[in-house]
Design a protein around this ligand. Structure first.
Ligand SMILES: [Zn+2]
Length: 273
């Protein structure tokens, strides 16, 4: 039988050792996350090859770490003034992948942790096709039944991620209708109008902002890595690399990794540009 496991290259070993040094350094001075909104996509127990997936075991470690040192707040609270000295973190998941039900929901439910899942409603309604970014890997989505169960038994909410999951800047003329379709689908199937919105691919411009703002969402999420803001527009930090090791995650959440360093680690460990 041929093993599908990759062997670790020398450069990967160097990165892992470097991350270990970070871990040792953290024992001396605790690295704290900054106030932020995190973005995940898929959380997998077995590697599918999808590049926006976090290993389920590592995800559990990340949540444990965050719950230990930060206040994990509902997304709607990030624009409110802070009530404690602990860092405030909101957690979001884009695309409503089916593995959320098995690998994320039980963990968040057990700790009563709030989160928002952004749903591209067309993919739930028709249960077909792949998102553009899935690169040939078939990843099922959550069903309405699962989402209803999740919403009824946890602090997890569902937000709009448009209907078609097309880049908002590419569909200016139909963007309003596209968002409206997603709101109608979410309201019809989950019984509640979505309070939050996330741009597919994080892509927006002033025109799309005008259109989206008219829907009155409490939060409108981009993928800009910016500090939490007072208004509805919020940037988010992506933490959806495969196998994101805990020391690396801590440094990322603390804002201590420069973009260049992040790219270096990603390319070396994951062969990703
Ligand atoms: Zn998306």
């Amino acid at each position: 039988m041929i093993s599908t496991e990759r062997t670790i290259s020398t450069s990967e070993k160097i990165v892992i050792q470097t991350l270990d040094l970070f871990r040792v350094a953290q024992i001396k001075s605790k690295v704290m996350p900054r106030d932020l909104i995190l973005t995940y996509h898929s959380v997998e127990t077995e590697r599918s090859g999808y590049k926006f997936a976090v290993n389920a075991q590592l995800f559990a470690q990340q949540i444990e770490y965050l719950a230990d040192c930060a206040e994990i707040v509902p997304l709607g609270e990030v624009s409110q003034p802070a009530t404690s000295n602990r860092p405030r973190i909101a957690i979001t998941f884009d695309d409503a992948y089916g593995d959320f039900y098995d690998n994320v929901y039980p963990i968040l439910r057990a700790k009563n942790i709030p989160a928002v899942v952004f749903v591209p409603t067309q993919f739930i309604e028709s249960d077909q096709g792949l998102l553009e970014r899935d690169e040939g890997i078939a990843k099922p989505h959550l069903t309405w039944e699962q989402m209803n169960h999740i919403a009824a038994t946890s602090q997890i909410e569902f937000g709009s991620h448009t209907h078609s999951h097309k880049s908002a800047v590419d569909i200016i003329d139909t963007l309003r209708t596209d968002i409206q379709l997603s709101i109608v689908a979410l309201e019809k199937n989950l019984g509640e109008r979505p309070k939050h919105f996330a741009y597919p691919y994080g892509q927006y411009n002033m025109q799309t902002h005008d259109i989206v703002q008219n829907f009155g969402f409490e939060t409108i999420c981009t993928m800009d890595n910016t500090p939490l803001a007072a208004g509805p527009f919020q940037g988010r930090l992506d933490v959806y690399d495969r196998n994101q090791q805990l020391p690396y995650f801590k440094l990322t959440a603390a804002g201590l990794l420069s973009p260049g360093m992040k790219d270096f680690i990603r390319q070396t460990m994951y062969g990703r540009a």
